[in-house]
Design a protein around this ligand. Structure first.
Ligand SMILES: Cc1cc2nc3c(=O)[nH]c(=O)nc-3n(C[C@H](O)[C@H](O)[C@H](O)COP(=O)(O)OP(=O)(O)OC[C@H]3O[C@@H](n4cnc5c(N)ncnc54)[C@H](O)[C@@H]3O)c2cc1C
Length: 245
């Protein structure tokens, strides 16, 4: 399937948000999704998009290998947004950051199983991310709050305060849902007086239980997170992880 780059804006010094649109009408899109799922051996009955999923992008004729990106926003008229960090040594992100509106790429439908579980509404949900690992968590948090989860926490780790992401969306969610707690920490400088790695934030809130954890980002952070949760007595059933590398 083709997608067209509709618009983009800089979210922080190295992170850009890209809005894409599938180049198909809704019926053709549904057919293409069904065909893709049959080809990939995926269940035919799932909704087209579930918060937490990603797409894989391919710049045909430029790179052979597709890169995956979490969807941070989805609109029913087949537009979606990605939040991508520029890797100055990375081939694909350097190419993408040089594109203008109108650029056309190949794209999969939304994919992946990093989605909300059917937990009871009194299960505390703890979302953990570093950097652009926040991208899938934003729509998942929103979905959880709208479902009526009574305690939802989001802990984010960045390097500097200028690296913070989704500030407007998070302020709106905090204003609308008093049961939502959001804290960010900076590893190189404080963010609203929080300094250090993200682990210190969720480790202060490991009771009361039950808790379900969702963590997303680069492997080093996720390994440490898993080790710390295991040491605290949690098992694989308690956490879901999406690794970016
Ligand atoms: C499920 C998922 C979701 C993700 N979501 C996001 C997101 O929301 N935001 C974000 O910023 N990043 C996200 N990523 C990371 C993203 O997919 C890229 O890895 C990242 O943008 C790096 O691209 P680059 O241009 O910096 O590096 P590149 O140099 O283009 O390469 C990236 C990686 O692809 C692999 N690779 C490159 N060429 C080949 C090849 N020919 N054959 C095989 N492998 C190759 C290598 O492992 C390399 O490390 C996600 C990753 C996954 C798996």
């Amino acid at each position: 399937m083709k997608v067209q780059l509709v618009s983009f804006f800089d979210e922080s010094p190295r992170v850009r948000r890209f809005r894409f649109r599938y180049d198909l009408n809704p019926e053709a899109f549904e057919e293409a999704v069904a065909a893709y799922r049959q080809y990939a051996g995926l269940p035919a009955t799932d909704p087209v998009y579930r918060p937490g999923q990603y797409v894989s992008l391919l710049a045909e004729g430029v790179f052979e290998h597709a890169r995956s990106y979490s969807i941070c926003q989805w609109w029913p008229h087949l537009e979606f947004e990605l939040c991508i960090v520029l890797n100055e040594e990375g081939a694909f992100t350097r190419w993408l950051f040089a594109q203008e509106a109108g650029a056309v790429l190949d794209c999969t439908p939304p994919l992946g199983r990093f989605v909300l579980e059917d937990d009871s509404l009194d299960t505390r949900l703890v979302f953990i991310a570093t950097g652009t690992g926040l991208a899938p968590l934003i729509p998942m948090v929103e979905q959880a709050l709208k479902r009526g989860h009574q305690q939802v926490h989001l802990y984010a780790g960045h390097r500097y305060s200028e690296d913070e992401l989704f500030e407007k969306e998070l302020q709106n969610l905090q204003a609308e849902f008093p049961q939502f707690e959001y804290l960010a920490t900076g590893s190189r400088e404080p963010i609203r007086s929080q300094q250090g790695y993200v682990h210190a934030l969720y480790e202060q809130h490991l009771t009361p239980q039950p808790i379900r954890f969702y963590a997303c980002g680069w492997k080093a952070m996720l390994h440490e997170c898993r080790d710390r949760l295991k040491q605290a007595g949690f098992t694989r059933r308690d956490y879901r992880i999406e690794a970016y590398d």
